[in-house]
Write a new protein. Structure first.
Length: 420
C-alpha cells in the first residue's frame, strides 16, 4: 500500500476532520480516543498488565517464545551482560561510564512503553552512559559491544547516549552472544548535534532480545539511526522519536533478514509535536523459511506510526517498509499508520509492500544474458543496497552488504528459481 499526501491534500482533509470534531486542541478526538502519540509510559513494571496475544501491541509477537521476559517468569541466573567500549585513539570529549541503575541519565529521553521495558528498570543492576561533550567532533566510530553470557542467563541492560550541543559522532552498537536479554536505550541529542547510530543485532540463534528505545532531538539536531537484525530466535525492537524543538531532522533505516524459525519485529513511532521538523523512515526485510522444518514459521512484523500534531506546522515526513519473501514457510506483516492534525505541512506519506520478485527487473537482467539464479540474487542484493546506503557509517555499510551476501548464499537455487 502506498499513500502520499501533499500540503493541499492534507489541509482539506484536516479541515474536514475539524468540521466533524475529529481533533481538538490536544489532538484527541471527541470520542475520547487518543492519538498514536499518546502512549502510556512508565518505569514501574506493575503499571503494565501482562501482555496477551489479543493485545494490539502484542498481536504478532510469539509470547510463548519470550522465555518469560514479558511476564516476569524469566529463567536462569540474573546477571548483566558485559559491555566493551572501543573509542578512536586520541579522542577527547567522549566518556563511557558504568553507572548505578538509579542514574537519571538512563531515563532522560523518556520512559518504557511496555512491560518488558519497565522490567528492565525493575531488574537492572547497572547501566552504561555514553557522553559526547559540546562541540566535540569524533573522527572514527565509537563502538559498544553487548555480549550475552549464556543460554540459561537472563540479563537486563540500559544505555544512555547523551550528545551535547553541536557534537558530531558515529556510534555503533553490537549485540552478540546467547541468552535472554531485555534493554532500554535513551538518546538525548542536543541542539545542533549530528549523531549517527548503527545497531547490529546479531545474537546467536537461541537468543531472545527485546528492546525499547526513546530518541529525543533538540533544536536543529540531526540523527541518522540505522538498525539491522540477522541473529536471534526472537528479536523485538521498539523505537519512539520525539522532537523537542523546531528544526530537528531524523532518519530511521532498517535491514533485516530472517531465516528458518526466526521472528523479527520492529515497532516505530515518530511523533511530530514541533514545527519545521523532518523525518524519513525506510525499513527493508527478506525472509526465507522451510515448510518441512520442525522450527516455527519464519515471520517478521513491522508497525510504523507517524503522528503530526496540530502545532507541528511545516512538517515533512515519510515512511516505507518493503519485504521480500524468498521461500515458502515465511510470512511478513507490514502496518504503516499516519495521523495528521494540521494541513500546514510540507508533505506526508507512507508505503508498505510484501511480495516476491519484480518480474520486469528479472526479465531485464535475463534479456542481457544473466542466468536466472544470478539475476535473482542481484535483485535481492540491490533491494537492500538502497537502505544500507542511508546508514552514513562506511564500515557498517560494508559489513551489512557482506552479511546480505552471506544470507543469500544460504538460499537454495531451487527456491530462487521458483519465486515470481
Amino acid at each position: 500500500m502506498t499513500d502520499v499526501l501533499k500540503a493541499e491534500d492534507v489541509e482539506a482533509a484536516a479541515d474536514k476532520a475539524k468540521e466533524v470534531g475529529a481533533f481538538d486542541a490536544n489532538t484527541t478526538n471527541t470520542t475520547g480516543a487518543k492519538t498514536k502519540g499518546d502512549v502510556f509510559t512508565s518505569f514501574n513494571v506493575d503499571d503494565f498488565s501482562v501482555p496477551r496475544g489479543r493485545d494490539e501491541d502484542w498481536r504478532f509477537t510469539p509470547l510463548r517464545r519470550l522465555n518469560g521476559l514479558h511476564d516476569g517468569s524469566f529463567p536462569g541466573e540474573h546477571a548483566p551482560n558485559p559491555v566493551t567500549a572501543d573509542i578512536p585513539e586520541g579522542t577527547s570529549g567522549v566518556h563511557v561510564e558504568e553507572v548505578p541503575a538509579d542514574d537519571d541519565r538512563l531515563r532522560a529521553a523518556g520512559a518504557p512503553v511496555d512491560r518488558v521495558g519497565a522490567q528492565v528498570f525493575a531488574s537492572l543492576q547497572r547501566g552504561t552512559v555514553l557522553t559526547i561533550d559540546d562541540n566535540t567532533v569524533v573522527d572514527g566510530d565509537i563502538t559498544l559491544t553487548f555480549t550475552g553470557t549464556g543460554s540459561d542467563t537472563t540479563s537486563f541492560g540500559a544505555l544512555a547516549v547523551v550528545a551535547g550541543e553541536h557534537a558530531e559522532a558515529n556510534v555503533v552498537l553490537r549485540f552478540e552472544g546467547h541468552g535472554n536479554y531485555a534493554d532500554f536505550h535513551s538518546y538525548s541529542i542536543g541542539t545542533g548535534a549530528h549523531i549517527n547510530v548503527a545497531i547490529i543485532d546479531d545474537m546467536d540463534d537461541d537468543a531472545v532480545h527485546l528492546a525499547n528505545e526513546q530518541l529525543r532531538l533538540d533544536r536543529d539536531a540531526v540523527m541518522r539511526h540505522g538498525y539491522s537484525a540477522f541473529g536471534g530466535s526472537v528479536v523485538r525492537n521498539i523505537s519512539h522519536v520525539a522532537f523537542k524543538a523546531p528544526g530537528a531532522d531524523c532518519e530511521l533505516s532498517g535491514v533485516y533478514f530472517a531465516d528458518d524459525g526466526q521472528y523479527f519485529e520492529q515497532r516505530l513511532l515518530v511523533d511530530h509535536s514541533e514545527a519545521n521538523c523532518r523525518s524519513n523512515v525506510m525499513y527493508k526485510g527478506a525472509l526465507q523459511g522451510d515448510p518441512n522444518s520442525d522450527l516455527p514459521e519464519t515471520r517478521t512484523a513491522w508497525v510504523g506510526d507517524a503522528l503530526i500534531r496540530a502545532q507541528a506546522d511545516n512538517t515533512d515526513t515519510y515512511e516505507k517498509n518493503m519485504n521480500l519473501v524468498l521461500s515458502e514457510g515465511a510470512r511478513a506483516d507490514a502496518v504503516p499508520n499516519l495521523e495528521i492534525a494540521t494541513g500546514e505541512i510540507i508533505g506526508a506519506g507512507h508505503a508498505a509492500t510484501v511480495g516476491r520478485f519484480d518480474d520486469e527487473q528479472l526479465y531485464y537482467l535475463m534479456s542481457r544474458g544473466i542466468p536466472e539464479p544470478v539475476a535473482r540474487r542481484l535483485i535481492v542484493h540491490g533491494f537492500f543496497t538502497e537502505v544500507i546506503s542511508r546508514i552514513p557509517i562506511p564500515a557498517v555499510q560494508d559489513e551489512l552488504e557482506k552479511r546480505v551476501s552471506e544470507e543469500l548464499d544460504t538460499v537454495s537455487l531451487d527456491e530462487l528459481n521458483s519465486l515470481s
